[in-house]
Write a protein that binds this ligand. Structure first.
Ligand code: G3P
Ligand code: CA
Length: 237
């Protein structure tokens, strides 16, 4: 079962920072998940719509300039990272799940992605693009068939499976609170990989492993590693 560090190793280091991603790989995570916003000139890595919870800034993220945002402390003197910085830090074999919280337009978003990661056009690249905004995913899937698409679901897992099948997604991402073995079986029979968020207790990790889930998003990749006794050999194909 893949261990994907949710916002990096975000229990031990500030979420969505280079420090958290580096620590995740030191803890042998198979990949990382992180949240993104498209600004005019960059894609930046950040979770909330507002700055207060995780930085020393305040106000709405999208109202600020890139230079203001880059001057903030996102915890432990970390900057809010750019997408290119995170992708550069990740080992070549690691799965990088880019969750889109906001984009301006799918074509400008794809141009920015391609400029920092030319591999988007190659098959079996290690990117996985997810979002709760399924219409963006459908557009991206059409424009870049070599990108893996992950359909994020919260309270409507059944609807998520239907949409994922329709857009020929790579994976479906279920919330732990709404997971049911029936959905796992149904999604896998439809050829989807099944990933579950956010899984931080050994009991849940073992339960999901038994259900046949393909991967978990966890804030504690070290705990997952020791619980699942997984070797750092997972492949993402
Ligand atoms: O991608 C899984 C999970 O991160 C989705 O929820 O709110 O933590 O971004 P959230
Ligand atoms: Ca996320």
């Amino acid at each position: 079962m893949w261990i994907l560090a949710h916002r990096g190793a975000s229990k031990a280091a500030p979420e969505n920072t280079l420090k958290a991603f580096k620590l995740a790989f030191e803890q042998h995570a198979d990949g990382i998940e992180f949240d993104t916003y498209e600004l005019d000139s960059e894609i930046i890595v950040f979770h909330d719509k507002t700055l207060r919870r995780t930085t020393n800034g305040k106000g709405r993220l999208l109202d600020k300039s890139l230079s203001y945002l880059r001057g903030l402390n996102a915890g432990d003197n970390q900057q809010i990272p750019l997408l290119c910085e995170v992708l550069t830090l990740a080992p070549a074999s690691a799965l990088c799940n880019i969750e889109i919280k906001h984009l301006q337009a799918t074509n400008t978003w794809l141009q920015k992605l391609e400029s920092v990661c030319p591999a988007v056009n190659q098959p079996n690249n290690n990117l996985l693009i997810s979002s709760f905004h399924h219409h963006w995913l459908a557009q991206i899937a059409q424009q870049k068939p070599n990108l893996r698409i992950g359909v994020l679901t919260a309270s409507m897992p059944q609807e998520g499976i239907t949409k994922a099948v329709k857009m020929q997604a790579y994976s479906i991402h279920f919330a732990l609170e709404n997971i049911d073995e029936r959905y796992v079986v149904q999604a896998k029979e439809a050829g989807l990989k099944v990933l579950v968020y956010t899984v931080d207790t050994p009991a849940d990790m073992l339960k999901l492993q038994k259900m046949g889930v393909d991967g978990i998003f966890t804030n504690v990749p070290d705990v997952a590693k020791s619980t699942l006794n997984a070797l750092p050999t997972a492949t993402t194909s």
